[in-house]
Design a protein. Sequence first.
Lengths: 299, 126
Amino acid sequence: MTLAIQTQGLQYRASREFAIENLSLAVPAGALYGFLGPNGCGKTTTIRLLLGRLRPDAGTITLLGHAIPEALPAALARTGVIPDRPHLHRYLTVQESLDFHRAFFTEWDTVWATELLASFRLRPGQKAGGLSKGETAKLMLLLALCQKPDLLILDEPMDGLDPVVRRDVLAALLEYVSARGATVLVSSHLVHELERFCDWIGVMDRGRLVVELPMSEFRGGNKRLRVSSAQSLDMTNAPFKVMARDRSAGTVETWMVRGWLPEMTNWFQRDGVMLREVADLDLEDGFVELLRAFRTSDT
Amino acid sequence: MFADLDPKSPIPLYEQIAVRVKAAVSTGEFRAGDLLPSVRELAGRHRINPATVTQAYRALEVEGFVELRQGAGTFVKSVPTETRARERGTQARRLVRDMLANAARYGLSRQELRDAIRHELDGGTR
């Protein structure tokens, strides 16, 4: 498997309280990789490390086969970025922002830029400093896309946007990915918006990677079970991991489990116990339970 | 037609797309020669992974519902009446399976279900 992004044993101490610890990411080429984690978990710091804006204390980073920071220019020439804070120059107009940005990229797509300006309803003469939050997001995406990158690194690109703008932005992004087959790493603390289109997820918490796996595996292995008369069950040899167990609803308990396989229903075939239901956890529930389990084992 | 795709459903998105296309073909909403939306268009409009759309179209091709013409797009094939009938049967069974799963969740017996179905088929007023 070719990797578009790879880090190994990354260490970075940001402050006395916070550090990225032993972070090893592997983002396959062509993936739409959802980079999840609560606020302050280290997503933005990791992205800054990837883009050479911070230097790691230890560990290696490779972007599109280029070692970072040694071959940073070669990597950045093929990488479109939306940083956590707008990087536009306030005093430039929309058109001047485009002209400035495209000077750095040989493959700039003028035709598409014009089309996107129109479909995003951005006025070329408007000053970047006077754009609304939604317009700013659209302009940043336009700049990132029209440079024709093979890799897009987007830090909370849809944070705080209204649903209409969010759709426009996502549609443009996914159309580009369809046409180009680019790899996308998109960070978010809003889980549900990634659920539709991401095929890989990496979850961070407290500066560390909790899990990284294909979305289908994440969804397939995380289940909500409803079990009746489970009080007497001996859990020591359970073939799956119970992340949470809710006994508040009478004789029927609700369990959140990881590592589920269909044949495990057999495990419940014993005195009086009945497995009533096996349902997929959606990404958000799975994410919440995963973090809860991670934090419990962490303390 | 794809507006109600549900990423939270246990049914994978690619299968949801394929089922909707097959339903449209079996009811005649889609006819032979009709062009399906492009991968790019569908992925963009419904904010889903392009690979998911491609997977759905490939599955439909394997099942003989569509034809992928390189560079031109994905076209609905002429589907024999028996296949259409079979597809409608599959859909009916899928509905019943969902109903049975829900019934199990509520602890309803088969007899209670049968009574309820008969009641609804007979006009179903209260």
